[in-house]
Design a protein around this ligand. Structure first.
Ligand SMILES: C[S@@+](CC[C@H](N)C(=O)[O-])C[C@H]1O[C@@H](n2cnc3c(N)ncnc32)[C@H](O)[C@@H]1O
Length: 439
């Protein structure tokens, strides 16, 4: 047996106590073969309070955290997104877990999912919100931000502004955040957004049919759903003495909140490529965050995420991975330097995050990445191999790479690489789970 197989086998008894919402591997083979989790519900407990693009499946996180750490381990997710890793760490009683995330909306969402809030305090407030919402004499100002009229009907802007004003005045911070998160979901639902993808397109059908959903009804239904999730969450987090530290910042740089050589396990899922051409986290978050912050700076977010900018391009990254060098050359053969520069910028940034993460890593610790390979100019970029080559230069050994089918993720399965109508290629429908060990 390899060291990894021994570790997995020794963790199997820990899964016996699992409830039916989670995966219970009984043998090494079970553990190694099951990664898709299609039959499991990803919206359990507070994980379901709000959606997020390319979210981790809690069952996958749990399987890895249970095997590669224990209650006293320190666990980190350097692309924490909606916080699936640290929330699952809380459920597992991991004393210290950390997350880093650059999207302010995702940070707000995670903090709200993590807060200890008695469900009754939230439930009791709904009647008061309702009576104020239906009070015609209630005074409020209309909210305004860039292009608001483009995304909503006049009536919806007024109803959302009133609701936002009422929620903002709730004095209990946790109750307020709970309802603000409900508000965020309906701020997307009641807009003219076309929800078939994560990018911001205005649905022609909604505009032409004067889409004017019932704001209160949407708010009420989402609140009821979230009460149930919170109740279930509270059953398993009672008396939970754990800490989660969420850093709102860039994972390319080192953050002093996370001590050097302190982390036993990093579990993360980096973006698959730059936000412009893959998943636009900023665009997904724009409307909710514009309502909450009443500022427009989130419009720049996608440019600030990995691979978002080709300014100050450093091509020396090509010396750290033969595979990357070879694939960039192939792209340059079929295109001018535009697309190859995008690709270099992305891997440059990805490398910086791996390097910074290594600062936090303990010797002997595991660094586990869930990644997708994507296609650029018909060239299937081997992010898995590129990462293992980068990792070697940073002092890691690659223990194993598993592959999983993406079932729960809402993502376009085809794209048009040449931007020609009708010409499509498959994009990521599988992901790799790369297991690295710090030597
Ligand atoms: C695949 S998602 C992670 C989703 C997460 N696993 C979850 O369960 O919600 C990648 C995340 O990386 C974030 N991100 C991209 N570039 C970043 C950077 N330079 N620093 C920190 N976070 C970044 C994005 O905002 C996005 O939330």
């Amino acid at each position: 047996m390899t060291e990894l197989e021994t570790l997995i086998t020794s963790s199997l008894p820990k899964f016996a106590e699992e409830n039916n919402l989670y995966f219970k591997p009984k043998t090494l083979e079970d553990w190694e073969n099951v990664w898709d989790f299609g039959e499991f519900n990803a919206n359990i407990y507070n994980h379901g309070l709000h959606q997020y693009p390319a979210r981790f499946i809690p069952q996958l996180v749990r399987k890895i955290v249970k095997t590669f750490s224990n209650e006293n381990s320190n666990v980190l997710d350097i692309f924490s997104g909606s916080g699936t890793t640290i929330l699952e760490c809380k459920y597992l009683g991991i004393k210290n877990s950390y997350g880093i995330e650059l999207n302010p909306f995702a940070v707000f969402m995670t903090k709200t999912k993590l807060q200890n809030l008695d469900e009754n305090s939230a439930i009791q407030k709904l009647d008061k919100i309702k009576s104020l919402f239906f009070d015609d004499s209630y005074n409020f100002s209309l909210i305004s931000f860039k292009n608001i009229e483009f995304w909503y009907s006049e009536k919806v802007i007024s109803a959302l502004s009133k609701l936002f004003d009422i929620i903002s005045k709730i004095t209990d911070e946790k109750v307020k955040n709970f309802y603000l998160l409900v508000f965020c979901e309906i701020s997307r639902k009641t807009s003219f957004l076309d929800h078939s993808g994560f990018k911001m397109y205005r649905s022609k059908t909604k505009v032409s049919s004067h889409f004017e959903p019932d704001v209160w009804n949407e708010f009420y239904r989402t609140s009821q759903r979230n009460f149930e999730l919170l109740k279930e969450n509270n059953k398993i987090t009672m008396n939970n003495d754990t800490n989660q530290t969420l850093v709102y910042g860039d994972s390319r740089i080192i953050h002093s909140e996370i001590p050097e050589h302190s982390i036993d396990l990093i579990l993360t899922s980096p973006p698959y490529g730059d936000s412009k051409t893959t998943v636009a986290y900023g665009q997904y978050s724009r409307l909710p965050w514009q309502w909450l912050s009443q500022k427009d700076d989130i419009i720049q977010l996608d440019t600030n995420l990995l691979g978002g900018s080709t300014k100050k391009l450093d091509k020396s990254i090509l010396n750290l991975s033969e595979k990357l060098k070879e694939q960039v050359a192939e792209i340059e053969n079929v295109d001018d330097s535009k697309r190859s520069n995008d690709v270099i910028a992305f891997y440059n940034d990805l490398y910086s995050t791996l390097k910074s993460a290594t600062y936090y890593m303990k010797k002997g610790g595991y660094f586990i990445l869930v990644t997708g390979n994507r296609t650029v100019k018909k060239i299937y970029l081997r992010t898995d191999l590129i990462i293992t080559e980068f990792a070697k230069t940073l002092g890691y050994s690659t223990e194993k790479i598993y592959s999983r089918n993406i079932i729960n993720k809402r993502m376009a399965s085809k794209n048009s690489p040449t931007n020609e109508k009708g010409k499509t290629v498959n994009t990521m429908m599988t992901e790799n789970i790369i297991i690295l060990k710090k030597l």
